[in-house]
Design a protein around this ligand. Sequence first.
Ligand code: CP
Ligand code: NVA
Length: 308
Amino acid sequence: MTIRHFLNLSDVGGEGIAHILNEAMERKERRAGWPKGKPDADRPLDGAVLAMIFEKSSTRTRVSFDLAMRQLGGSAIVLEGSSSQLGRGETIADTARVLSRFADAIMIRTDHHQKAEELAEYATVPVINGLTDLSHPCQLLADMQTVIETRARLAGTRWAWLGDGNNVCNSLIEAAALMHFQLAVATPNRFEPDVGMCAMASTRDDIFFTEDPVEAIDGAEVVVTDTWVSMGQDDEDYRREAFARFRVDEAMLARAAPGATLLHCLPAHRGEEVTDAVIDGPQSAVWDEAENRLHAQKALLMWCLGRI
Ligand code: CP
Ligand code: NVA
């Protein structure tokens, strides 16, 4: 069987994503009220091991993948880039070969997307992208699950992205193209999303790109934003000025459809891309969205290991 890597959403395709989301929601419902550390009754990944490589910081991705493996009956091992031999120059290829002997799947969070691709090329087990500079497909699985739960449907829903054309934005464009929802992407000039990801949307007239946040958010049912300064860009202070008119505050959110859902992958930079009143307000689904990282990734792990 071909190894089921998950470097981008298109590795799974629309039908596969729908299958993963259904599994995620069913599994979530079945264990409602259970102790968080108790495995699912069927322990579908009993004894399986996930190796996680972190070359960038993480709270949600690290905890949700670890807990996902425990709930599926397996376990996870964390390697920090700096304290593993990767940090001293061992190649990605050799790391892939070695980890494939110890683990049933490998997750990597890193900077250059090519590193995740190289890991997948040399690994003999599935490789999962836990965020690269190009994309963050795990986040979009959780986001789509959250929208189905809060709005009862995904296809045909109208989404707006306000902010940087970053990794999360790129995966959102891919998600819209694969899952047939409408998307307006508003980014400032020079901060547009990846050209390759945008190409996926080129045949769709309900995915469009603008520099005007007001045009994008008008009538949107789902509003998504993220930091203006992603990991690795901390010295790019000029960004804050370029993005000031893309802030999602109460006045901006009022332009969306009544009762629109706010998503943010977190961590939030309160007062920058989103205000306290919005992220703590009744339209915010960000805490469900964060929790759904766990449920969506459980189903993803099952897909990667051929159990669904
Ligand atoms: N949203 C997300 O990936 O969060 P972490 O950086 O905390 O993993
Ligand atoms: N765009 C952000 C996402 C963090 C989860 C970053 O790359 O830092």
